[in-house]
Design a protein around this ligand. Structure first.
Ligand SMILES: CC(C)(COP(=O)(O)OP(=O)(O)OC[C@H]1O[C@@H](n2cnc3c(N)ncnc32)[C@H](O)[C@@H]1OP(=O)(O)O)[C@@H](O)C(=O)NCCC(=O)NCCS
Length: 180
């Protein structure tokens, strides 16, 4: 198995449609609090609007030969317009706007690797690439990651990478992680 990584252009975004929908189904399967929130979350309601509303987008795909087996989607967006990427759920994603010094923030917004390919270091590689991209914006100090309830594997993955739990939103539906 030789995995290679490619940046996905917005013209070619449909190549990750099935993986994005797989991520929503996976998160729903793990959730104990409001799993039904995921029912209207899919590629069309989450990925396409987020691409439009964010100031910068970075999508990296992992490929095994011609098959796309994972992707990570990062954004730079205004903290004021940011809705956590949760489609129709408008929420104040940031508990304390004043603690976020800059208007724009970074976010690792979506991250999914097909089942058979997990636990082999591919996620760590894509996480590094995503952080390198986010950290290349010198004005951006704050990076956030949103983990839905019940997804303890992902939560621990990010804690092991140095992220800290910041707060919960939507009655515990989402745990917000922050880089500092
Ligand atoms: C979360 C995810 C992106 C991590 O990617 P990955 O390729 O599986 O992670 P890695 O192989 O790089 O593993 C990183 C660490 O997590 C551990 N780990 C990963 N998956 C694991 C699993 N299923 N069980 C136990 N440990 C696991 C690895 O042992 C490794 O630990 P180490 O750094 O101490 O060696 C991937 O598992 C995934 O797509 N999960 C389903 C979707 C999801 O939860 N997305 C996140 C939404 S916020």
């Amino acid at each position: 198995m030789t995995i290679h990584y490619e940046v996905v252009s917005e013209d070619n975004i449909y190549c990750i449609k099935d993986l994005c929908n797989g991520l929503m189904a996976y998160q729903k399967s793990k959730a104990k609090i409001h799993p039904e929130f995921f029912d209207n979350m899919n590629f069309e309601t989450r990925m396409l609007p987020a691409l439009k509303s964010s100031k910068e987008n970075y999508i990296i795909a992992a490929k095994d030969k011609d098959e796309t087996i994972g992707y990570a989607y990062s954004t730079i967006a205004s903290k004021y317009t940011y809705s956590g990427g949760f489609a129709t759920l408008q929420c104040d994603a940031f508990f304390d706007f004043d603690s976020v010094k800059t208007e724009d923030v970074g976010c690792l917004s979506q991250f999914f690797i097909k089942d058979d390919y997990r636990g082999k270091g591919i996620g760590s590689q894509m996480f590094r690439m995503s952080m390198d991209w986010l950290n290349s914006f010198k004005d951006i100090k704050d990076i956030f990651i949103f983990v839905s309830n019940g997804n303890d594997d992902a939560l621990n993955f990010y804690l092991n990478k140095g992220f800290k739990i910041s707060h919960e939103i939507l009655d515990g539906f989402i745990t917000v992680l922050r880089n500092s």
